[in-house]
Structures are given as structure tokens and as C-alpha cells.
Design a protein around this ligand. Structure first.
Ligand SMILES: Nc1nc2c(ncn2[C@@H]2O[C@H](COP(=O)(O)OP(=O)(O)OP(=O)(O)O)[C@@H](O)[C@H]2O)c(=O)[nH]1
Ligand SMILES: [Mg+2]
Ligand SMILES: [Zn+2]
Length: 310
């Protein structure tokens, strides 16, 4: 007996079929057939589909329709993302502000919500902790939610579970910050490959190109791990639009003398004044200027391999 059912998420791509999650009931193998197969390019984890369950016993289904994506990240391909948890460390690996601000910029351009995590706080001295808190507060003031975590703290697991509830979340960030380690705490029954930092460096860039969505036992959300330095493609943006993606600069910029102020050398610039008064972080401002320059230089720099994917 055929039974039409609601929209569900694809959680895994296999060679000949997709795995579709039916919350509370388990997972089914689903295939694309006929016209719909011709009309659709590769589906991705995160895609919403409707299915016909044609063999309930064997958990097999045919995909009837695919919903238009609200967004996607290219590498590994994940669709309909609710949020990215962007993970960094104060040390091991060392914080890199230019990377952080480029990532936040790219996410903003792609209209993807980012929450930040600073992991490995167990490695920090009291002084380091204070420095990190000050940095966390700066990003909070800009409007980002920031949590400081350690895989060794029980409250970290509870905090991240709460953040992930009911959403499709992607873990992203540099290699070695502990993405897979945190995943293994969230999903203790799954296996994850984690690596010592020295191995990561000697091994070079991780080349994994696909990912699986993991589900919590109570069906309250999906999480994808990704390999370091891979998620966000550097977008092309008109130079005069760059400031829109540095939210605190855009906000303060409304008080500049000229309403088309780019906050470089213009007189009466409220942003430059803000930097001098420590109301705007000088590091963020420098990173804004660097991105502005990059967008001006345009296509030439997209050939730069390091910048292609963050
Ligand atoms: N002290 C400490 N070490 C951690 C923590 N989280 C992860 N690590 C260690 O950091 C190393 C790298 O962790 P991974 O989980 O492999 O890092 P990753 O972000 O998944 O790295 P890629 O997969 O290469 O992108 C491992 O040796 C972990 O044991 C933490 O909170 N504290
Ligand atoms: Mg990993
Ligand atoms: Zn200005």
C-alpha cells in the first residue's frame, strides 16, 4: 500500500540512493526516478523532499518532489542551513582575526547565520581567559552569539545541544579546533576521526568532500561536521557593499558626514573616530579595509588558492 507522507530531510548521500530521516520513525533509503531525476542535479544533505514509501518493511522510498533550497554551502555540499557554528581557539591553533572576519563576511554575504564558539578553554591560563573573554565580548557587541567551550567540560555538551535544538547546524572552522571532537561528545555512539594538531599540519589540508547529517536521539535537530578550511567560498561583492557586512561599521557609518563614506580617508568619518575612541575594534577595521581592497582588486585574487575557500 502506498502512503504519501510529509517533507523530510536528506541526511546522507550514498552511491545509489539517498538516506532520508523521518523523525521518530527512523531512516529510509530513497531514490530519484523518471522525470524528477532528469530535472534535478545532485541532491544534497539538508534538502527537503517528499517521498512515497513503497516498501515499509525494507524502508525503501521514491522521492516525489524536492523543495527549492533556501541556501547552501558548497564544500561539502549542505543545503537549507539554519546556522553555522564557527569554531576557533585562542591557542592550539592560535586565533587568526583576519580569517575570522573574512569568514563572518562571507557568511553574511551568503545570508547564513553564524554563532561563534571559542574552544579548548581548558588550555588557557587565567590571563588568557580574560583576554579571550574580552574578544568574545567584542564579537557579542557586534551581534554574534559567542560561547566559550571545552570538550572536557560537561556543560559544553549541554550548551551546544541547546544551540542546535530544532535546527540544521554546520560545524565549521580551521583544522584542529576540535570540531570532530565536539561532535563525538554530542554523538557518543558515532565514530569521528580526530587528529593531533601536529599530524594535521604535516598531513596538510583535509580533502573530505561530503558529509552526513547526524540526528539527536530525540529528533530535535541535525548537525554536520566539516573538514577545516573548506566551507565558505569567498564571495564577489561590489566594494561599496563590503561595509554592509561589517555590522558595527555599517551602523556607525550612518553618522559619517558623507552618506556614501567608505570610511577610508574621508573627513567627518564617524567610523574612523569610533576606531580612535575604541568603540570599533581596530582589528575589525583593518580587516574591513583589507576586504575592501580585495574586492577592488576583483577577479585577480580569486585565483589565489588560499582565499578561494575559507
Ligand atoms: N585540550 C583540548 N583539546 C581539544 C579540545 N577539543 C579538541 N581537542 C584536541 O584537538 C585536536 C584536534 O581536534 P579535531 O576534533 O580533530 O579537530 P577538527 O576541528 O575536527 O579538525 P579538522 O577535521 O582537521 O578540521 C585533537 O587532538 C583533540 O583531542 C578541547 O576542548 N580541549
Ligand atoms: Mg574534523
Ligand atoms: Zn565614514
Amino acid at each position: 500500500m502506498k502512503k504519501e507522507i510529509e517533507r523530510y530531510r536528506i541526511v546522507e548521500e550514498r552511491k545509489n540512493y539517498y538516506v532520508v530521516d523521518i523523525p521518530g520513525q527512523g531512516q529510509v533509503k530513497a531514490v530519484l526516478k523518471g522525470a524528477i531525476r532528469k530535472n534535478h542535479r545532485r541532491l544534497a544533505v539538508g534538502d527537503f523532499v517528499t517521498i512515497d514509501l513503497f516498501d515499509k518493511e525494507k524502508s525503501e522510498a521514491i522521492i516525489r518532489s524536492v523543495e527549492k533550497r533556501t541556501n547552501e554551502l558548497p564544500r561539502p555540499l549542505v543545503a537549507n542551513i539554519d546556522q553555522v557554528i564557527f569554531i576557533n581557539c585562542f591557542i592550539e591553533p592560535e586565533l587568526e582575526f583576519s580569517y575570522i572576519d573574512r569568514f563572518l563576511f562571507a557568511a553574511s554575504v551568503n545570508d547564513i547565520t553564524v554563532r561563534m564558539i571559542f574552544n579548548k578553554i581548558d588550555l588557557l591560563t587565567e590571563e588568557d581567559r580574560e583576554d579571550l573573554e574580552a574578544i568574545a565580548d567584542e564579537y557579542r557587541e557586534i551581534g554574534y552569539d559567542v560561547t566559550c567551550t571545552s570538550m572536557n567540560l560537561p556543560e559544553t555538551v549541554a550548551d551546544i545541544k541547546e544551540i542546535c535544538r530544532g535546527k540544521l547546524t554546520v560545524f565549521a572552522g580551521p583544522s584542529g579546533v576540535g570540531k570532530s571532537s565536539l561532535m563525538s561528545k554530542l554523538f557518543p555512539n558515532q565514530e569521528f576521526i580526530t587528529n593531533e594538531l601536529s599530524e594535521l599540519i604535516s598531513r596538510g589540508k583535509n580533502t573530505t568532500t561530503h558529509t552526513t547529517l547526524l540526528t539527536f536521539d530525540d529528533g530535535s535537530g541535525y548537525v554536520a561536521d566539516t573538514p577545516g578550511f573548506s566551507m565558505m567560498k569567498m564571495p564577489k561583492v561590489e566594494p561599496d557593499q563590503v561595509l554592509l557586512h561589517f555590522h558595527e561599521i555599517a551602523k556607525m557609518g550612518s553618522q559619517c558626514r558623507f552618506n556614501n563614506c567608505m570610511h577610508e580617508h574621508e573627513p567627518g568619518c564617524a567610523v574612523k573616530e569610533g576606531v580612535e575612541n575604541y568603540e570599533i575594534s581596530d582589528i575589525r577595521y583593518e580587516n574591513y579595509l583589507a576586504l575592501l581592497e580585495l574586492m577592488r582588486e576583483g577577479a585577480k585574487d580569486y585565483k589565489n588558492k588560499d582565499l578561494k575557500y575559507l
